[in-house]
Write a protein that binds this ligand. Sequence first.
Ligand code: PLP
Length: 388
Amino acid sequence: MIPYGRQDIDASDVQAVIRQLTSDYLTQGPTVPAFEQAVATRCKTKHAVAVTNATAALHIACLALGLGPGDRLWTSPISFVASANCGLYCGAQVDFVDIDPASYNMCPKALEAKLVAAEMNGTLPKIVVAVHMAGQSCDMASISVLAKKYGFAVIEDASHAIGGLHDGEPIGCGRHSDITVFSFHPVKIITTGEGGMALTRCAETAHRMRLLRSHGITRDEDKMTEVSHGLWHYQQISLGFNYRMTDLQAALGLSQLTRIDAFLEKRRRLADRYNLVLQTNKLPIICPWQHPGTLSSWHLYIIQINGLLASATRREVFDHLRNDGILVNVHYIPIHTQPWYQRLGFKKGDFPVAEAYYTQAISLPLHTQLTDTQQDQVIHSLERALQA
Ligand SMILES: *Cc1c(COP(=O)(O)O)cnc(C)c1O
């Protein structure tokens, strides 16, 4: 079996967790802030808030930016449901912007057209969640120009994209957004088991997210409404959650972060190899297009079965690969076609570019432990599927 994604845990990772297990702290202690600082430094930003997973990070990011009932959040239909659900958690209305057919990211032109209409109708969004699909940055410069013009905040859902670059700067630096979110789920670039992080340049936003991560409780006397009763005193000043990351997870994360450049290099080499072989073989497929101003972290290698040229359907190619023990996947079923969102009034046909992409997409195996031999197996199985 060749999985589409897989974590990479070595002896140094195991040692880091064992050391943590026998230390004074299992839940949030000194290792969580050390991990936060290491990620913030690497991404060239000021503040990072580690939480239980990226879904929680998206939730507190929306709340910290003031999203609530009566507000609107827009995102891409080609993402994991969490990119949209964070808006619903806050009682906001969710809507989508269709994707660019080349990058599979939110299309800035479609965004602008929708903003022009929304301004006339008084339905402008408060937040736009830009998803860096497969690890390639959205066109953040264009999105941030629109953000200033139309007055919305931007969250980058960079769950796929830690280690990626945009205009030579690390994704997460926050030049074009308010908050950037990473996921440390085992299939992503680095892992903490479950885990996520929200990065920002803004001290006040970071402070709000830290409160929301832990019940809305503060021990900082400057934030309290009365003089402290003593060292035991705390006050709940907002309605937060228990979204704290543990020191066990942070220890794994810190160790994984020391290995991230090797992970990225391996993923980029494998992606180059897929590109080279698949393009020279002239298969009826579309390989992932890369904007010259971006460097992807290559979370996913997505091909499209060209429906006009291929004799086999996506379903047939998918089943053929699965029967050969190759655990391909599909990213993603358009969110607006999920039953929950259909109940909210979305219909098939609402976002045609996303829907057309979905009918043709397959994610091929791509992870750090994929060998050249296994990659050749994937390629040969794909060739046979398309010859059938
Ligand atoms: C994985 C993922 C999430 C959710 O991450 P968790 O850490 O599992 O909560 C959100 N958005 C995107 C785009 C993802 O790929």
